[in-house]
Design a binder for this molecule. Structure first.
Ligand code: 5RP
Length: 232
């Protein structure tokens, strides 16, 4: 059964999608619930004329499976994103995020940071006092550089960075962009905003799954009783 907290957050987020807008659609279970709710409104005619820009192959496939292929657009087909709705693995009180549990961090950051409004939808279990807490920081790296980036991150920040391996195939996970992912657990607490900039600056790093709270318009937190709270 689907998590009622995720459903509550996703349903609330749909209310922010306006007629005739360009919507960045996130990746992961919560984002797919959002997409399904959006599909319901489109099919019923409550909403029309939207364009949907997916942040991953998973989301792109789901847009097609839901019969919404006519609404599908790629970044080069749109001039801007009005609103992006996306999930997260962890959120702190300043709206800093860990994303990339589903390996889609690079396309997610491209679309989420491009959007005029970036809304995060999470269930209450994702709230933490500081990021990272319970999840490693995903770092997408070009395959040629993975061992160099791993060594440099461990030397500069302490802790451990491991190559993510796939469940459905032996060997490393290959992202939608043809890259590898390092999952990095720092040796000590770090400043998420400074770490986002510092990790991104390492040659071979494509993107880091730390998202600055300054880029997040609001976080919709769904609760098990079906209610939501908003962090602005
Ligand atoms: C994918 C992501 C997802 O947004 C994140 O993993 C949350 O997923 P879920 O909604 O399934 O908990 O960053 O790369």
């Amino acid at each position: 059964m689907e998590d009622p907290a995720k459903i509550a957050a996703a349903r609330e987020a749909v209310k922010y999608v306006m007629h005739n807008t360009i919507v960045g659609v996130g990746t992961g279970t919560t984002s797919l619930i959002f997409l399904r709710e959006l599909a319901r409104r489109l099919v019923s005619g409550e909403l029309g004329s939207v364009k949907l820009v997916p942040t991953s192959t998973e989301t792109e496939v789901e847009i097609v499976n839901l019969g919404l292929g006519d609404y599908l657009r790629y970044p080069w087909q749109v001039s801007h994103i009005d609103i992006a709705i996306d999930g997260a693995d962890e959120v702190d009180g300043s709206k800093n995020l860990i994303k990339g549990g589903g390996g889609a961090l690079t396309r997610e950051k491209i679309i989420d940071y491009w959007a005029r409004e970036f809304i995060v939808i999470v269930d209450e279990t994702k709230l933490v006092s500081r990021v990272p807490s319970n999840h490693p920081i995903p770092i997408e790296v070009i395959p040629y550089a993975w061992s160099i980036v791993k060594a440099r991150i461990e030397r500069e920040f302490g802790g451990r960075a491991s190559l993510r391996v796939s469940g459905g195939k032996r060997g490393p996970v290959i992202t939608d962009n043809g890259n590898y992912i390092l999952d990095f657990t720092p040796g000590a607490a770090l400043n998420p905003r400074e770490a986002e900039v510092a990790i991104k600056a390492i040659p071979g790093v494509v993107e880091v799954g730390l998202f600055s709270g300054e880029r997040v318009s609001m976080v919709i937190v769904g609760k098990r009783d079906g209610s939501v709270s908003i962090i602005k």
